[in-house]
Design a protein around this ligand. Structure first.
Ligand SMILES: Nc1ncnc2c1ncn2[C@@H]1O[C@H](COP(=O)(O)OP(=O)(O)OP(=O)(O)O)[C@@H](O)[C@H]1O
Ligand SMILES: [Mg+2]
Length: 492
């Protein structure tokens, strides 16, 4: 209906409102509201169901023969809506919790906007005990052709639960997956990560009957070959002024992946379990992930090593202004104040964890390189005079060669525990920088020389034990040798 401007001039608000919205154009434009994926649009419906205290949320994606385009249904067993709430739920700005900061929903935009971003028509059906099942719908083509919108009608098809809500997207013309199986996999992956906090407690989400499993980018519960990631520190907490007379809390956790145990996994496994492609920061608002990527790390740029540690930043909706939340709850735009409060710490922790990962990889490389010498020494041991040790195990000794900073002037330390002869190079000794590191850094080209040097040290250690030197005599000799060698090297 067109309103004659002069006839309603006394009610300026009506005139203004009609000027504000051109319904057919608005409805077409809002379809491009910028949901980055089907998962982030469906996430709006899961948000609503969680907030309605649903314990089971069933998503079905189907392409039936009569519809070339898929139909998506999200049904929950939450508290449902009364007639008034149902009438408002597809209004832009229609909300039973406008600007609330207690939980996820806030704007009254999620349901209609996310729905139209994917489908040409959305129907919302709800049921509660002792009241009829009712449905309201919004249809792009009907609005464009000027038909009335948002009429609530009574319908028969209520769900199996006492109360609940079903949202149906008909004519999903924005879905890019050619195969529903790919779409199914992507939904499990994305929704599993976005709702990980809820999926471990009270809520079950199913896609075509299959339960969505929580995916934790910190990988604290991912057990592969008996190892999983560990928290790098106790969680950090920051209390931030909301700017509205209160404070909100930001909680930050870091984890380190087990480099030694997982570095050799094949690429397909690394991708499958999420070692590659999931690095960086995951940001949770009210427990739901709204952003992932490289955020709040100051001047530190992301490098490959940074895939091996993870960061999770969690905040209350009270701090929405600081995180620069957008209506479709995807992504963050941190305020200057928030960046000043967090970035210096996060940047230095990022650099620290990057160097821990680098060291862990160096250690892995080192161990792989010295394994050859240890195997040669063990093979030769059978030809050497037998060494008797206490305990039952006899036969050839096993050898281990390592490097790390040691206190004192020794170039290395040697110990015999059970039947394992352990030689640890002092990486702080001048001899390490002068002799060992250059050979090590030459890689394959330096390998024969490095093996000879390692065998020189292993054979020295073996001989000290063969001739029966006590532990303290060995220590004195090694210390005197290391100090002497160090002093000589100073004059080179
Ligand atoms: N599954 C549901 N169960 C019960 N009520 C619902 C459900 N989904 C939507 N609603 C009602 O519809 C309203 C509109 O939902 P919508 O997602 O558009 O906005 P919101 O959740 O209030 O805010 P936001 O835009 O931040 O998501 C909600 O405020 C709620 O009253
Ligand atoms: Mg919502």
């Amino acid at each position: 209906m067109r309103i004659d401007k002069t006839a309603v001039a006394s009610d300026a608000r009506i005139v203004e409102f009609n000027r504000l919205l051109d319904a057919p154009n608005f409805i077409r434009a809002i379809r491009d509201s910028g949901y980055v994926s089907l998962a982030s649009a469906i996430a709006e419906l899961i948000d609503n169901a969680i907030q309605a205290d649903a314990s089971v949320i069933d998503i079905s994606v189907a392409r039936d023969s009569s519809h070339a385009l898929p139909t998506i249904t999200v049904e929950d067993d939450g508290i449902g809506m009364d007639q008034h709430e149902l009438g408002a739920c597809l209004q832009f700005g229609g909300s039973s919790r406008f600007d609330s900061r207690r939980s996820i929903g806030r704007y009254g935009m999620g349901l209609p906007t996310a729905s139209l971003s994917q489908a040409r028509r959305v129907e919302v059906t709800t049921w509660q005990p002792a009241s009829p099942t009712r449905t309201v719908s919004l249809d792009v083509d009907e609005i464009v052709s000027g038909e009335p919108a948002l009429c609530v009608r009574e319908t028969g098809d209520r769900g199996a639960s006492m109360s609940g809500c079903r949202v149906t997207w008909i004519g999903c013309d924005r879905i890019e997956y050619r195969r529903l199986a790919w779409l199914d996999r992507a939904l499990h992956r994305d929704l599993g990560q976005m709702f990980r906090r809820f999926l471990t407690t009270v809520t079950i989400v199913r896609i075509n009957g299959k339960t969505v499993l929580p995916i934790d980018p910190l990988m604290l519960n991912t057990d592969v070959d008996g190892a999983s990631a560990q928290l790098a520190f106790d969680p950090l907490q920051y209390e931030i002024d909301t700017g509205r007379g209160g404070t909100g809390v930001v909680t930050i956790r870091f984890s380190m992946l087990p480099v030694a145990e997982w570095h050799a996994l094949d690429n397909a496994t690394k991708r499958r379990i999420g070692v590659v492609g999931h690095g960086g920061v995951s940001i949770l608002r009210a427990g739901r992930e709204i952003a992932r990527g490289w955020h709040l790390m100051g001047l530190k740029r992301k490098e490959n090593y940074d895939d091996w540690w993870r960061c999770e930043i969690e905040f209350d909706p009270d701090l929405d202004e600081h995180f620069g939340i957008t209506v479709n709850k995807q992504g963050v735009r941190p305020s200057v104040k928030l960046r000043e409060a967090l970035e210096p710490d996060l940047e230095s922790i990022a650099r620290l964890l990057n160097s821990r990962v680098r060291q862990a990889f160096e250690q892995v490389k080192f161990e792989a390189a010295v394994q050859r010498s240890c195997l040669i020494a063990a093979a030769a041991d059978a030809d050497l005079p037998v060494i008797r040790t206490s305990g039952r195990a006899q036969g050839a000794l096993a050898y281990r060669f390592a490097a790390r900073p040691l206190a004192g002037e020794s170039m290395f330390e040697l110990t015999l525990v059970q039947r394992l002869l352990d030689v640890t190079l002092n990486s702080d000794h001048a001899g390490f920088a002068a002799l060992y590191r250059p050979l090590h850094d030459m890689g394959e080209a330096g390998a024969p020389l490095r093996t000879s040097l390692e065998l020189l040290l292993l054979s020295f250690a073996r001989s000290a034990i063969t001739i029966g030197m006590s532990q303290s005599e060995r220590r004195d000799l090694v210390q005197a040798w290391g100090a002497t060698y160090g002093r000589m090297l100073q004059r080179v």
